[in-house]
Design a protein around this ligand. Structure first.
Ligand code: ZN
Length: 119
């Protein structure tokens, strides 16, 4: 994920996280159709293909990731307004060249941070 978001910067990058339960087993990159530095919109065709891949592999959608190359570190107002699936939102942000990921659960217009463990 980090390589992908770094490669796409200064544009926002996005994609889906597939797995089971709370465990992510695959990262599916999806083109940011908005090609924007401040927002993302998943390319519908690639998003559909990603969903098909997840189903074919017996996995489920467990999260969505995207990046904020110019901040903020947390979910933006737009992210909260546009959260469309009941899954974890992983947001990558860059501070002084260092990328970090934080995870949020967005519900009822609020973003609550949840622990993210990488291994
Ligand atoms: Zn965002």
């Amino acid at each position: 994920m980090r390589r992908h978001v770094a490669a796409q910067a200064p544009l926002e990058a996005c994609g889906l996280l597939a797995g089971t339960g709370e465990r992510v087993e695959a990262v599916l990159r999806v083109r940011n159709a908005a090609q924007s530095a401040v927002r993302f919109r998943m390319d519908p065709q690639e998003q559909l293909q990603a969903f098909e891949w997840i189903e074919e592999h017996g996995l489920e959608l467990v999260g969505i990731f995207h990046s904020h190359p110019a901040g903020p570190e947390t979910a933006s107002v737009t992210d909260i307004a546009e959260a469309a699936y009941d899954v974890v939102q992983v947001i990558w942000s860059r501070t002084q060249g260092i990328w970090t990921a934080r995870a949020f659960w967005i519900e009822n217009g609020q973003a609550n941070e949840i622990p993210l463990k990488m291994d």
